[in-house]
Design a protein around this ligand. Sequence first.
Ligand code: ADP
Length: 338
Amino acid sequence: MANEVKTIGVLTSGGDAPGMNAAIRAVVRAGIHKGMRVMGIRRGYNGLINGDMVEMGLRDVSDIIQRGGTMLYTARCKKFREEAGVQKAVDVCKEYGIDGIVVIGGDGSFRGARDLSLKGIPCVGIPGTIDTDIACSEYTVGYDTAMNTAMYMVDKIRDTSQSHDRCSVVEVMGRHAGHIALNTGIACGASAVLVPEIPYDLENELIPKIDQTRKMGKQHFIIVMAEGVSFAARDAGIVEKPEDYSKYVAETIEKATGIESRATVLGHVQRGGSPTVRDRVVASQMGYEAVQLLSKGIGNRVVAMQQSEIVNFDIYEALAMKKTIDEKLYEIAGTISI
Ligand code: ADP
């Protein structure tokens, strides 16, 4: 049977994540292996609307597996949220003969992929987001690298916190999810972990705990909090801007306990850097799987990991799922942080 899917596209969209390049490389090489042409679409859905794309050969993806960022650039594209923008993208796909697209990004990007699939351009999503907030998948490309970066940074802060007998409040990424904070907190021996999924009480729980562990001989303290906690504090009117909340927590602790306290917001450092083994391997597996689906003309799917196996879900089903925080891990963090 002749191969009906002759040309596929690949794009990265939304927030970048280390390992996106490894996924692009896998898509390009697996696609060419299947006898397809692969078009690299630049700057997410913008490139699709503007026809900003280039055919990619085997050697165009050389030397990128070890690089953070994305060689195709990424962007947020307002126009794509409107019917006219999606229609323009469909027209451009027809013009370039694109029969299917691999979309590497988060759930916003998958909504776009769903819209495009509905209009007859099969799309397959690969979860690429450091926050790992994609419910259908137990892993997302970029997560391991981001956590390791956060861990190395908190380790450095811990050194100076120890030297000065201080309390350090460190905000890590995770706008809607506390997975990075929880895992980094455990890995760095944090005294407390604050995540958006679980309520906490600064005055009546966290501060007394610091006091209590100080009496038991603890001299310095690390508090790891997710970015989402800061957004919630802004929404609750506690601070004006989310970036002020870690400072607010540090000042509150200092006032109540007398322990000199400092705040650090790690920020975008967590998005960059050379991807870890796990991110490179999962990106390669997912890129390969996405191509297998598209080569059969199957679209409107998200590639995912479940019990360490690569599987795939309908995008509608995937977007309706809710991811929960690992409460057992949270309990462990609380128990051994004394
Ligand atoms: P992420 O994919 O990392 O979650 P965003 O939520 O910013 O990032 O989404 C990336 C892009 O996906 C948006 O700029 C837009 O082009 C597209 N997108 C997001 N939400 C939708 C939506 N509801 N419908 C269509 N396209 C969307």
